[in-house]
Design a binder for this molecule. Sequence first.
Ligand SMILES: [Zn+2]
Length: 120
Amino acid sequence: MHILLDQLEINILTPDNDDLKRIENLAKATGDINGLSPVDLDVLALAMSIDGGIATDDHRVQNVAESAGIYWIPVIGEGISEKWDWIMKCRGCGKIWPSEMDIVSRECDDCGSEIRLVRK
Ligand SMILES: [Zn+2]
């Protein structure tokens, strides 16, 4: 009986490998992978596997959860209001412009190339 319970617990607490892979890929895509521990990834994958939610104040975990469509709530903090931080970057010379600059002009004053909104 005891062994059965242990097995049951392991089954519940071990995320599906496919889900873990999916979370890893998502975390790579959002750029959060380097700041996440294996446990963070497990928790995220587990939440995905069991269709559960996460209570966390870790913005990287929140970001990946958001991307994965996983429900999350902050523990103490207020959470993130937006998914990404964006910067205005010139395609030509790579100069980073203040984000509050006029988005309509979209032309680099230095080299005349297109300025694009990219994720930080
Ligand atoms: Zn430029």
